[in-house]
Design a protein around this ligand. Structure first.
Ligand code: SR1
Ligand code: MG
Length: 410
């Protein structure tokens, strides 16, 4: 096949032509069917199926602009980052990520394994389906992908090399803009505020100068606190699950940053699943599962971090327990802050979550959004006193209770 395929891979027709010119992935005479299955903001994702066998593979294509808007230009370097990350993750946490078959640098695409027996976790949660053992598995994934890239287990030279490989300025800029800047900018032209909550958002976000100062600090730390190699966009839409196992995908935002950024995104998106369930009646057992899951993720992360470090100590420098504890306290408090940022940006900013937008009753959506913002502010302002899993759950419960009283007057 010629190196550069001069047809865009942004539609099924282009992908069909591309794949039928390659002879290394399917039988030569295979009858193939291509369908677009992705609905993300950034890239195009297609399933290619051999109609006569069960074989399917996924093609992911990164265009020079986002999928949701041609006006938002973005470097195609992101697909290189994603390919590099898939390889790295297959080294560190194989089984938790899809296998990559091919990275085609010329055509800005990746071909990888299809997780067709799995469902996107956000979809499962929105139907109140739980994922057995989720906190155990996700903390396993986090510890084994994050810890080996930290200063605890890598010497400076190796860390610098990895940092250089995963320098991801364009996508970090997207995060800075759509996560840390626009949602806190009263004059933004890209935010998508739910009209009935406009006044509340103006007062609680745009006019709260101490919140805005804190957000500025968090944005700086996002850029400068290079603790570990992270996923960079770890929400429940970046996790596949069946009822008992998970796979993490969508690594284009990977970067070296504060560990609490990944953990915080995850916790915030579990809080969205909780708020979605609050808007429905009789969902108490699901809500209990979410509460337990949030608390366990924080607690298990801390326990496993310490345990894995102790295992590694035999081979590495002896670490002071005080240092590790202080480091972890900071990670947990960053987690609270970044969870708050994610909660706000998904309500105020451009990219919303289905957990909230699918609430059809106007009154319930108003309440869910107000609760999300109130919880977020608690998490950001009181981040230093949030140190355990239970503290996260209490922060949510407290705001839900306050809001029930306040909102009963709406
Ligand atoms: C331009 S939209 C930006 C968001 O989409 C991705 O899914 C990331 O969450 C990013 O923040
Ligand atoms: Mg994504």
């Amino acid at each position: 096949m010629d190196k550069k395929f001069n047809k865009s891979l942004s539609d099924a027709d282009g992908v069909y032509r591309y794949i039928t010119r390659r002879h290394d992935l399917f039988e030569q005479n295979a009858v193939l069917k291509v369908e677009e299955i992705g609905n993300g903001n950034m890239n195009y994702v297609f399933r290619i199926a051999d109609t006569e066998s069960d074989k399917t593979i996924i093609l992911k294509f990164a265009d020079g602009h986002t999928r949701i808007s041609e006006a938002i230009k973005v470097s195609t370097d992101r697909i290189k980052i994603e390919a590099g990350m898939l390889l790295k993750q297959n080294e560190l946490v194989a089984g938790y990520v899809p296998t990559i078959f091919l990275y085609d640098e010329e055509n800005n695409c990746i071909l990888m394994a299809d997780c067709k027996d799995y469902t996107i976790m956000r979809e499962l949660l929105s139907e109140y389906k739980i994922v057995q053992g989720f906190s155990e598995q996700i903390t396993d994934y986090l510890i084994h992908s994050i810890l080996p890239t930290t200063e605890f287990l890598l010497d400076c030279e190796a860390q610098d090399k990895l940092k250089a490989q995963f320098e991801n300025p364009h996508l970090c800029e997207i995060t800075e803009t759509y996560v840390f800047s626009e949602p806190f900018n009263a004059r933004s032209e890209v935010n998508a505020i739910y009209e009935p909550n406009k006044e509340f958002i103006e007062q609680e976000i745009f006019e709260d100068t101490s919140l805005l100062k804190e957000v500025e600090k968090l944005k700086k730390a996002f850029r400068n606190k290079k603790q570990a190699l992270l996923h960079g966009d770890l929400h429940t839409g970046s996790i596949f699950a069946d009822n008992s196992s998970i796979k993490i995908f969508d690594f284009e935002f990977a970067f070296y940053g504060p560990i609490g950024f990944d953990l915080g995104n995850l916790i915030a998106n579990l809080i969205f699943a909780w708020l979605h369930a609050e808007a429905d009646s009789n969902r108490q057992s699901f809500i209990h599962w979410v509460e337990d899951t949030i608390a366990s993720i924080i607690n298990l992360f801390r326990i496993k971090f310490i345990r894995e470090l102790a295992h590694a100590e035999a081979k590495n420098k002896v670490l002071s327990k005080n240092n590790v504890n202080a480091y972890l306290e900071e990670v947990i408090s960053d987690t609270a802050s970044y969870a708050g940022i994610e909660l706000i940006r998904r309500i105020v900013g451009l990219a919303h979550v289905k957990d909230i937008t699918s609430i059809s009753s106007e009154e319930k959506r108003i309440k869910a959004e107000i609760a999300a913002i109130a919880i977020a502010k608690q998490l950001i302002i009181n981040s230093r006193s949030i140190t355990t899993g239970t503290d996260f759950v209490q922060a949510v419960r407290k705001e839900l209770l306050n809001r029930v009283n306040v909102l009963s007057h709406i």
